[in-house]
Design a protein around this ligand. Structure first.
Ligand SMILES: [Zn+2]
Length: 307
C-alpha cells in the first residue's frame, strides 16, 4: 500500500508546496505520475484516486463539521445559516440523539454504493473491451484541455442533476410517485442541510440524482485521470461547504449554493433543483438578485401542486 500511496500523495500534495519552483513541481509531479501509471492497473489508479480525493476533501472535513455541531452546539448555532435549527439535534440545549448519527451513517453507505457501482462499471468496460470512462495515460492533458472538459462536464452534470431532481424526484406522474416518495421521506425529512448530507437520500434517488449525473459526464467526455481527480476534488469541496449549513463560507459561489440548498428544503422542494444554480436561473425555478430574476417556474410548480 505504501508503494501505492506515496506517488498518489505526491500527485495531490506537491503542486501545493510553494517552496519548490513551479518547474521543479511539474517535474516531481510528472515523475510521480509516470511511476504510478507504470506500476498500477488503470482501474486501481482511478478507484484509489477517487477514494483519496473523497476522503481528504469530503469525508474527513464533513465528519469534523458534524462532530463540531454535535459537541459544541452553542458555538455552531451562531455560525449556522438556520441558527439552532441547523444543528443535528435541532436545539442548542439538546445533544444530538443516536438517531441523528444514522444520517451520516447512511451517507457513507450511499457513498460506498456509488464507489462499488463505479468499480463495477469500469470492470465491465474492460471485460467487454470497451474504452473505460477514465483514461489513464502517461501523457498528461494540457491545461486548456482540462478546463474545456471540466466546463462541459459541469454543464452536463447540472442539466442531468436538475432534470432528475425536478422531473423525477419531485414528479407527480403515477409511475414515478414511489421514487418521489422516497426522496420526500428521506432527503426532505432534513430540516436544513447537515454536514455529509449531500449524499443523504434513499439509495435509488441518490444514484439517480447524485451518482449518475456526476459519472455520466466523466464517461461521455472520456476524462483523463488528472481531469477526473480535479473534477472530484471540486465536487467534494462543493458538497462539503454547501451542505455544512454555515453562513460564513470562503467563496461567495459556495455561499450561494448553500443558500439554494436551504431554499430547496425550506420551500418543501418547490424551488432550486440544480447544483450550481444555472439551470434554475434559465428555467426560472429560483430567485436570483433578490427575486428580480426567475421565480416564474416556482409559481407554476405551486399551482400544479395545488391542483
Ligand atoms: Zn428535492
Amino acid at each position: 500500500m505504501d508503494f501505492l500511496t506515496v506517488p498518489l500523495l505526491s500527485v495531490f500534495v506537491l503542486p501545493t508546496l510553494s517552496a519548490y519552483s513551479s518547474r521543479l513541481n511539474l517535474l516531481f509531479f510528472y515523475m510521480s505520475w509516470t511511476t504510478l501509471v507504470m506500476s498500477l492497473s488503470d482501474v486501481r489508479i482511478e478507484m484509489v484516486g477517487t477514494l483519496m480525493a473523497r476522503l481528504i476533501f469530503w469525508i474527513i472535513p464533513s465528519c469534523i463539521f458534524f462532530l463540531f455541531d454535535s459537541l459544541a452546539p452553542n458555538t455552531a448555532a451562531n455560525l449556522k445559516e438556520g441558527g439552532e435549527a441547523g444543528l443535528p439535534s435541532g436545539s442548542r440545549r439538546h445533544r444530538a440523539s443516536a438517531y441523528i448519527f444514522q444520517v451520516p451513517g447512511m451517507c457513507l453507505v450511499n457513498f460506498v454504493l456509488s464507489f462499488l457501482l463505479q468499480l463495477a462499471w469500469e470492470k465491465s468496460m474492460i471485460y467487454f473491451r470497451f474504452r473505460p470512462a477514465v483514461q489513464v495515460t502517461i501523457a498528461v492533458p494540457m491545461p486548456w484541455d482540462i478546463a474545456n472538459h471540466l466546463f462541459w462536464g459541469f454543464l452536463l452534470r447540472e442539466i442531468l442533476s436538475y432534470s432528475v431532481h425536478r422531473f423525477v424526484l419531485h414528479s407527480n406522474q403515477p409511475g414515478l410517485n414511489w421514487i418521489a416518495d422516497w426522496h420526500d421521506n428521506w432527503f426532505h425529512s432534513l430540516r436544513s442541510p447537515l454536514p455529509l448530507t449531500a449524499h443523504y437520500d434513499h439509495p435509488v434517488p441518490y444514484i439517480l440524482h447524485n451518482f449518475l449525473p456526476m459519472y455520466i459526464p466523466v464517461h461521455f467526455f472520456q476524462f483523463h485521470m488528472v481531469t477526473h481527480l480535479i473534477y472530484i476534488v471540486i465536487i467534494s469541496i462543493e458538497e462539503t461547504f454547501t451542505y455544512s449549513g454555515y453562513s460564513i463560507l470562503p467563496i461567495s459561489m459556495l455561499q450561494g449554493a448553500a443558500s439554494r440548498v436551504n431554499g430547496h428544503l425550506s420551500s418543501d422542494g418547490r424551488k432550486y433543483f440544480g447544483r450550481i444554480g444555472l439551470a434554475d436561473l434559465v428555467t426560472g425555478t429560483g430567485e436570483f438578485l433578490g427575486g428580480l430574476v426567475g421565480g416564474r417556474g416556482v409559481e407554476d410548480d405551486r399551482r400544479r401542486r395545488r391542483r
